[in-house]
Design a protein around this ligand. Structure first.
Ligand code: ZN
Length: 482
């Protein structure tokens, strides 16, 4: 298909400097994941990149009093971060925050975690822990809720505003280093803090997968980075956001809706909203693409045993360049679990082919997150998706049993080791682990105990599920024996 020139225009508008795919797209089906706690990936070109791979950050001198426009990378390089968990939301929201912080902590050799209600906000900056990283908006974090009257940004269910500059949507996210503030008649002071928050009910779900780190303010939505900004101080001393650069390109989408047939004849099936670039004529195989994606989602629904799967949106990109330009990601596909959105590259839609298996994998991420909540480790989160699709990189799990040679121990993949291991080892091994776990204790126990377990409680979770970490390792070893 010939690409109209209009789409190329968007390529030129792309802020090239901030684009880097975390995963090399596999030849078939595998994809970059949105779930990566990606602090380390935020700024490959930064003079002082955020800590990665467990390196202890060098302590940085504190900023000059009144400094604004610290970037997240600079903030995280300053010293041991204290993650402030929001607990003001419902149980699901609190779990989302806790899981995200748990994943991000893996990137740091040292960090601290406190609950938001342990901070006496009214007492001002001195009541805060050092280097605070706050997760959640006012609906989730009581700290943000209590500071709302004095913050230079405000968040609602479908609205993010910086003074008069307003963003609308239920898929918005903001990553910002909020400048320190002294107590005054308007309200309490607070130290400089790094905020991860957004609109919608799952805004911080895998929020570290948003490419960030070099801007004091970044707004993103379900398509990725949307608008970078910085802080300005008025002569009177008030801090306000400014957005001098143009927003990232967005295009109009032609939407085709189809019911997502549930596994067990539900009366009100979920809906799949397919999005195709409006400026392009429909591809000749559009009907086949839709059918392939629906088959893939049906497989995911069936494998997960979901009686009431959530509705979702699935955007189809004609080629890698346009996907990169419009989402900042050039992988075959990725899931934005905070918004129930999948982005996939057009691929062979034949039955059981690359597009179908890609959608099983990415659809599993979205459907499982919506139904069951966050994965505690990338190992099980990815393993579930690989297991559901029955393959990785075009090879079945049975084929991978023959290919994996001297793979790492599962225990070494529970934390940050997973993302440091070549994907073509880590992913199929994760799929085999989930296959072994489902065979051993059943999917319900995997869902209840193993999926949400962070690395720190993995052994206990295995016992709660009815097995042990050692037994699962032995089962996987047995699969690989030859
Ligand atoms: Zn995945």
């Amino acid at each position: 298909m010939t690409m109209p020139h209009r789409l190329s225009v968007y390529l030129l508008l792309l802020p090239i400097a901030c684009s880097r795919s975390r995963e090399t797209p596999a030849p078939n089906g595998a994809a970059r994941e949105a779930g990566t706690p990606a602090v380390a990936d935020a700024a490959p070109a930064a003079p002082r990149p955020a800590p990665s791979g467990g390196d202890v950050p060098e302590a940085e001198p504190a900023p000059a009093p009144g400094a604004i426009n610290t970037t997240p990378n600079e903030f995280l390089a300053r010293g041991i971060p204290t993650f402030v968990l929001g607990t003001a939301g419902d149980d699901r929201a609190d779990r989302i925050v806790a899981a995200q912080v748990g994943l991000v902590r893996e990137l740091f050799k040292a960090s601290a975690t406190v609950l938001d209600d342990s901070i006496d906000v009214a007492a001002g900056a001195s009541a805060w822990p050092p280097n605070p990283v706050v997760y959640g908006g006012p609906d989730v974090s009581s700290v943000v809720a209590r500071l709302a009257p004095v913050l230079p940004l405000s968040l609602g269910p479908d609205r993010l505003a910086f003074g008069e500059r307003e963003f609308r949507g239920t898929d918005l996210r903001v990553i910002a280093v909020v400048p320190a503030r002294a107590s005054d008649a308007n309200g309490p002071g607070h130290p400089e803090f790094l905020l991860y928050a957004g609109t919608g009910s799952a805004a911080v779900a895998e929020i570290n997968g948003v490419q960030h780190g070099q801007e004091p303010i970044l707004v993103a939505n379900a398509f990725g980075r949307l608008q970078a900004g910085r802080w300005e101080r008025s002569p009177a001393g008030a801090v306000a956001a400014a957005f001098p650069d143009p927003p990232s390109p967005r295009i109009a989408w032609r939407v085709v809706e189809r019911p997502l047939a549930p596994a067990a004849g539900d009366a009100t099936p979920a809906t799949v909203r397919f999005g195709f670039p409006e400026q392009l004529a429909p591809a000749g195989d559009e009907a086949e693409v839709i059918d392939a994606a629906l088959r893939g989602l049906a497989v995911a629904v069936k494998k997960l045993g979901l009686a009431a799967p959530s509705s979702l949106s699935l955007y189809v990109y004609p080629d890698r360049r346009s996907k990169l330009s419009l989402t900042g990601d050039q992988g075959d596909g990725y899931a934005v679990v905070s918004a129930n959105v999948l982005h996939v590259l057009h691929a062979d839609p034949s039955p059981g082919g690359p597009l179908e298996t890609l959608v099983v994998h990415e659809g599993t991420h979205v459907l499982a997150y919506a139904a069951w909540g966050p994965a505690g480790t990338a190992l099980v989160g990815e393993g579930l998706a690989v297991w559901a699709s029955g393959q990785y990189g075009g090879a079945t799990l049975d084929q991978w049993k023959q290919r994996l040679d001297a793979p790492p121990r599962l225990a070494d993949l529970l934390g940050a080791g997973f993302r440091r291991t070549p994907e073509a080892t880590a992913y199929p091994l994760a799929g085999l682990l989930v296959a072994a776990a489902v065979d051993t204790v059943g999917l319900d126990a995997v869902r209840t105990h193993l999926l949400p377990a962070p690395a720190s409680t993995w052994s206990d979770a295995c016992v709660a599920a009815g097995t042990t970490a050692e037994a699962l390792q032995s089962t996987v070893d047995g699969m690989l024996a030859r």
